[in-house]
Design a protein around this ligand. Structure first.
Ligand code: BDP
Length: 682
């Protein structure tokens, strides 16, 4: 179906005249690749299939062995360009695309730093075909800004997906690996088409059956998975259970300083690499949310991570060590306890102690994927420790793929945030890319939002988040507008009004979602465990460290140094002062950093309470407007996607109304202050 093809729809152009114009160009494909690299074969296959789907042309294909290169069209004419490009040294994943100037004997040359680079060049070219861009005078040179561009699957072997909103796992069912399914290959194509080059294929919460993925029971299947992804230039990683030596029944301890444990992991690594020579390494969630880790043995996270790193080092493997470590049994009565502080407090003192094949994987915010959080102060604060940034593509707290929420807008803000750690311009994107501190390894990772729903993501528009994640990981300087419009055109074709309307909707959606949910950075207020729909006090008296402290006088969490938890001290001076001061703190984060009366006046000129009322009424109105605008497109979209989107916009409208009514009523009752505009509050 259309939904299944996602942005690789490759639908036949309606403009038949254009097909005739490009026939001389697209009729011939001459490729040269290293025959030992399966990625080269994938690049050729994608190009040929792409051309045929868009135009109906079946190109003549010749393949020779040589440097990663493809010439489309007039090969002889391209000779001088090819010779010139042959002198370049491109990075492994980089590529150049050049094309002829005139209409006669047209050609396009795609030149890759390797077969991987060539594959990315092919997908770039197919994007040009898909958006019906001009093909003359191309002079494109690209290299990815981030070395690691990774996806984390939170899939379990019973077939469920942790925080999955798109059906079950495409990887597993009833403790079997679903190798017979073509979905895994199609997923690899989707990921490679936006430049993803690594994937961890099981949930970070590694329980009994998943622990066995690194044993003979499953390694042969894992090797096949690695092969499927490897054909598209994607390296496979596994999440591992820190207590695996014990839980698999081999040892009585998992202490990282125990020699038996070290030997066990070394043996395990050679076993894995024997079967999967290009295995990426381990992703580890340790000492977090009741998962085992080095703390049990009185060891710290550097001890814990280094032990695994030593086991993998010989093979070139990496340890991705998560910094989502906090006390999930904390006492809500203690206002000084602050979960936001945890990652920095745990890890910052360990700077310089990690091996150089360890990368700390840090969630974008200090809490947990809320609609609005400041950037984690741990970014860049460890000059001598590799870091990478973790985003959640799955919309756990941002509408669960029932509500539209284009997260690229949120991610851009995080990437562009200036930590000022080495003076102005010390942006998060330059930390993730390893430019600021010259890390040996770094990059960006995202928790996947796909499942076995026919269209991958449940909500058709949620595909834009997966697409956008890959594009942004490749080039964090792309704008949200560019990404939204590119995706919309590829997915809905550039003709008609649909792509333009979808682009607008996506670009509004993050602020719309924020406007009807928890206000001004306070977070949570969602149904416990489930995390969709409003529940104002759902997390207020629990042990998760997630409070808003609303009472009859005010709301917000005081995280200042002077009177609060001192969290603001974790930022460099400029940001510390900005967040510490109520006058300077940006409106959208005011309740994250300060506890204020409802009558506090924001920079916008409104009081906090009036801001809450206004945004919640507005949020609903904007969703209602979407519903009507979408109805106007009924005859311009295939009925499958039209209906799916219409249905979900309806759900979103109900959800927004529910939020509006509960939030407004709650704050009206707490504050006793009525809406200045006299609207009805229940
Ligand atoms: C939280 C999720 C939980 C994950 C955890 C994590 O609610 O299911 O296990 O993050 O990132 O957001 O480990």
């Amino acid at each position: 179906s259309r939904g299944y093809q996602a942005w690789l729809t490759e639908e036949r152009w309606k403009n038949t005249a254009r097909i005739e114009t490009v026939r001389p160009l697209l009729g011939v494909v001459s490729a040269s690749v290293n025959p030992e690299q399966a990625v080269g074969a994938a690049a050729i296959e994608e190009m040929v299939n792409g051309i045929t789907s868009f135009t109906g042309i079946h190109p003549d294909v010749t393949v020779t062995s040589g440097p990663a290169l493809m010439v489309i069209g007039a090969k002889e004419k391209a000779e001088s360009v090819v010779q010139e490009l042959n002198m370049y040294t491109l990075k492994e994943e980089g590529y150049v695309i050049r094309s002829s100037r005139g209409q006669s004997s047209p050609f396009v040359v795609l030149f890759g730093g390797s077969e991987k680079g060539l594959l990315y060049a092919v997908f770039h070219f197919l994007r040009l075909l898909g958006t019906e861009a001009e093909l003359e005078n191309l002079n494109i040179a690209q290299t990815p800004r981030n070395a690691l561009r990774m996806i984390n699957q939170w899939d379990n072997m019973d077939g469920s997906v942790e925080r999955g909103y798109s059906g079950g796992s495409i990887f597993y069912r009833e403790n079997r690996v679903l190798l017979e399914s073509s979905r895994i290959r199609d997923y690899a194509r989707l990921l490679a088409s936006v430049g993803i080059n690594a994937i961890a294929v099981n949930n970070v919460n590694v329980h009994h059956e998943e622990t066995r993925l690194i044993t003979d029971a499953y390694l042969p299947d894992v090797a096949k998975l690695a092969d499927l992804f490897g054909r598209y230039g994607i390296r496979l990683f596994l999440s591992v259970n820190y207590a695996a030596p014990m839980e698999l029944g081999d040892l009585s301890t998992a202490d990282p300083l125990d020699e038996g444990v070290q030997q066990w992991w070394r043996d395990k690594a050679s076993e894995i690499y024997r079967r999967i020579p290009d295995f990426g390494g381990f992703l580890v969630k340790a000492d977090s949310e009741n998962r085992p880790g080095p703390f049990t043995y009185g060891r710290d996270h550097a001890d814990g991570a280094n032990m695994l790193a030593d086991a993998l080092a010989h093979w070139g493997g990496l340890v991705l060590w998560r910094c989502f470590v906090y006390d999930c049994h904390q006492d809500w009565r203690d206002r000084q306890m602050d979960r936001a502080r945890a990652a920095y407090d745990h890890f910052r003192p360990l700077d310089g102690r990690f091996r150089d094949n360890v990368i700390l994987q840090i969630k974008n915010g200090p809490m947990d994927f809320q609609v609005r959080e400041p950037v984690s102060p741990l970014f860049g604060a460890m000059e001598h420790t590799n870091q990478m940034m973790e985003f959640q593509i799955a919309q756990e707290y941002t509408g669960q793929q029932r509500d539209v929420c284009f997260l690229v807008s949120q991610w851009k803000q995080a990437m562009d945030f200036d930590t000022c750690l080495k003076g102005p311009g010390s942006t998060v994107k330059r930390i993730a890319s390893g430019e600021l501190h010259s890390y040996r390894y770094s990059g960006v990772t995202g928790v996947s939002n796909i499942g076995d729903d026919d269209n991958w993501t449940g909500h058709p528009l949620a595909q834009a988040n997966l697409y956008g994640f890959g594009r942004l990981a490749w080039d964090p300087d792309l704008t949200a507008e560019e990404i939204a419009s590119e995706w919309s055109k590829l997915t809905f074709t550039s003709e008609g009004r649909v792509a333009a309307m979808v682009t607008e909707l996506l670009l509004e959606s993050y602020s719309v979602y924020e406007s009807y949910t928890a206000p001004l950075g306070v977070g949570w207020m969602v149904q416990p465990h489930y995390h969709y729909a409003v529940d104002v006090d759902g997390y207020e008296y629990s042990k998760w460290g997630t409070y808003h402290f609303a009472d009859c006088y005010g709301i917000g969490v005081d995280r200042t140094i002077s009177t609060g938890t001192g969290y603001t001290s974790q930022y460099a001076p400029v940001n510390r002062e900005r967040y510490e001061s109520l006058e300077k703190c940006p409106d959208e984060l005011v309740l994250f950093f300060h506890h204020v009366p409802y009558t506090h006046v924001l920079h916008s000129g409104k009081t906090v309470i009036q801001h809450i009322y206004d945004t919640h009424f507005e949020g609903v109105e904007r969703v209602e407007a979407w519903v009507h605008r979408w109805q106007e497109l009924k005859n311009e979209v295939d009925s499958e996607r039209y209906e799916q989107i219409a249905e979900r916009l309806g759900w979103q409208e109900n959800n927004a109304k529910q939020w509006r009514d509960v939030i407004n009523t709650y704050f009206y009752r707490k504050s006793g202050i009525s809406d200045a505009r006299g609207r009805r509050i229940y």
